[in-house]
Design a protein around this ligand. Structure first.
Ligand code: ZN
Length: 248
């Protein structure tokens, strides 16, 4: 039997990356009970799964309110996804643009599968809101990150489980620089620093090299996107500071 639905609860798709960590903070600001789910599908950057629990611990230490709201973590094994997808995220192959105009890191339908499992878990846990970090602004055009895809999934989950789910993608319309800015807005400098230090984006799973934007190889598309976002955030913050000084 499914638990009764708690309309003030959320399940966050939490990978341990920058985006999903900002989404976790976003959910902790809004909902009284927040649970997290991570998927293990044989990704090469499985190190991101290892940073999940330390991030949860550190984020709940930032605020007594967030600590009280943060509930269970769930980890779901999706080995089948690795079996059917021959991509650079799951196999030893170069991450580059493929002939179809998508990066070789594209795992077909990955987010559809994640959302379907998240929906099933949310159903069982009596959770109404599902929060995920998909973003169509600067993500190499992954079709399963599009707003329309997410809307369609919300409809499909609602119909298929006869339950009203709300899917939230707070990063959908913003770029990486704004994601850095949003983390500062949600949790000030402590959350910003936690995101730089603790979250993992690098597709190659490299945590041996530290940059001002965090750890990573510095060369893969995920590192480049994160580095570019950080530089843009810094430039925008400097302009805002300059404007504030000038208007005094
Ligand atoms: Zn990298």
């Amino acid at each position: 039997m499914a638990a009764s639905v708690d309309s003030n609860s959320a399940l966050v798709l939490f990978s341990g990356g920058q985006d999903s960590t900002v989404c976790l903070a976003w959910a902790l600001e809004r909902y009284s009970r927040v649970e997290t789910v991570g998927f293990d599908y044989g990704q090469r950057h499985a190190v991101e799964l290892e940073v999940r629990l330390p991030i949860r611990e550190k984020i709940s230490a930032l605020s007594p309110e967030w600590k009280a709201r943060l509930g269970d973590d769930h980890r779901i094994r999706l080995d089948a996804l690795g079996e059917i997808s021959q991509t650079s995220l799951t196999r030893e192959m170069a991450i580059e643009m493929g002939e179809n105009g998508l990066p070789t890191s594209f795992v077909p339908g990955r987010n559809l599968i994640f959302l379907a499992f998240a929906g099933a878990l949310a159903y069982r846990r009596g959770i109404q809101h599902i929060v995920a970090g998909m973003c169509e602004t600067d993500y190499s055009g992954y079709p399963d990150c599009r707003h329309d895809t997410i809307q369609a999934m919300q409809l499909a989950l609602g119909l298929g489980m006869d339950r009203h789910f709300e899917l939230h993608t707070p990063l959908m319309g913003i770029d990486k620089a704004d994601t850095f800015a949003l983390s500062q807005k949600l949790g000030g400098q402590p959350l910003f620093d936690l995101i730089v230090e603790e979250t993992h984006s690098c597709y190659l799973g490299d945590r041996s090299r530290k940059h001002d934007w965090g750890y990573g190889c510095g060369a893969c598309p995920a590192c480049q996107l994160r580095a570019k976002g950080y530089q843009e955030w810094k430039a925008r913050a400097a302009v805002q500071k300059g404007t504030a000084v000038a208007s005094r």
